[in-house]
Design a protein around this ligand. Sequence first.
Ligand code: C2E
Ligand code: CA
Ligand code: CA
Length: 530
Amino acid sequence: MAWRRPSVTHVAMLAASVGLFLAAGHFAAKAVIDGHQKRQLEELADVALRRAEVAVSFGAATLDELAGKGTLNCDPGTLQSVRLQVYQRSTVKDIRLVNRDGSVICSAYSETLEFDSGWVDRADMLPSQDGRLLLFRVDQFSGVALGVLRDIDKKSSVVAILGINSYLFDIMPAELRAHSEVLLRLNTGLEVVRFPASHDGSSHSVTITNASTHYPLEAIIRVDTGVLQRWNNEAYWPTMFIALGLGIAFGFLLTKTRPRLEGPIADIDQALARHEFKPFFQPTFDLRSGEIVGCEVLARWIRSDGTIVSPINFIPLAESSGRIEPMTWQILSTALREAGPLLREDKNFKMSFNVAPRHLLSEGFIESLRRVVLAAKVSPRQIVLEVTERSELPDLERAASVVRELREFGFRVAMDDVGVGNSGLSQMKGLGANTIKIDKFFVDTITEDEAAASIVAMLVRLAHDLRMTVVAEGIETSEQIQALIACGVEEGQGYVVSPPVPFPNFSELLQARRSSARAKEAVGQAALVA
Ligand code: C2E
Ligand code: CA
Ligand code: CA
């Protein structure tokens, strides 16, 4: 066959189409990198804000506890016990009793008053969203602190002086650290903390601001533009390559695939009818002994071709389309059927499952739950309902009354994703749950910096003050287990023991762990006898 010279038009067409794809690839790669950087910076601003919020909530809880004890006055004995409170809480530097106008009556550490270089009037203090607290900046000769005021009665108020350490905001990745700063400000623009203290920011910088919905605070991250251009851009060439491939594949698919008539909601309905939503089980364990003490039920969609769909890909749609209710009952009934014998045999074993807030608040929820659990001959004491703190509960008061009723019937309630939610921890007290689950977000960095550990310790302290137990999620290493134990956390969950698995695998894991524990015990006893 003779070789035909490509015509000029052919070459031009080829060049044009390659050019078009590469241009698209370039813009796609730029967009991906910019988007990725923006998300990472937003996440960092989120970390900074959450840390500040936990510190304020911690101060507020300290004040609540003091106010709850009744008469607060300037007697030496009272002040001594207040000093003990301060001593036990590292972020609280001082506690002061103040007049209604904000002027100081007395201070737990009277000497510290000399360190003030200014004190604001009540009129200049900024209210929290629920109006219970007032926040203000305290200028001291040694630096800046944050004041949190809470009223005790019509005449007087208490103030906690919080030392928001700048190292709490040492969160930037190494490549950016020298060219960035993290700030905490009151929403009037008054600066509270800056890390590092002396960053001479270039005039060309990218700024990300994240304002708290609960406190008059905002966290700000500034990064020099120059360093951003070099940060994390390894993705450029691979992305261009992928964009090219995707473009071709997409065009190809477009011509080949018949348009699907049904939408994703119809898919969910079909899957419900076919019972394709299944429970997977992930162990919860005692951090010290490693003993498995319960499990969390996590939804999986097992499609007819065997592919497993993760819950983030269908729970949000199920929630917004009203399918979450039948889906939850389907998953819970299967979980109770599979784990029923285990639950009946070991009365200390607890099984948690996730309930969407709107489902919890729906008509007849408690009766249906009791019916399902009773039918499975399982004690409500062994069932834990996990309610997420991620989205604000639409009606906290009603939620609290549902929780109260559930607890009267013996059920337990856990607050999920604590610390990352919208509630700024204000729901922690209001909901009346038995347990808090500390999000993986906090566990991830607990071994990396002391500040993350002190945040977890504050959450634990808050929980214990409210007589709640604590479970930490997303534990992947034994170092994290040790760090969590040091913070006072009792139980955990995570890949370090097992990912969520189908019940037969879960049961196998449990038996294996229990028989190895028995073997160890037997060896121990034999050693004692000998
Ligand atoms: P969640 O309730 O916070 O569940 C914990 C998630 O963390 C699970 O993701 C679990 O697989 C994952 N995880 C646990 N340990 C580790 C670890 O060590 N490392 C890592 N990287 N991940 C870990 P999953 O199963 O994908 O579930 C995601 C979310 O979907 C759940 O978060 C929950 O909010 C929701 N969800 C799952 N099942 C249900 C359900 O039946 N009903 C409702 N309403 N929501 C559900
Ligand atoms: Ca959960
Ligand atoms: Ca969680």
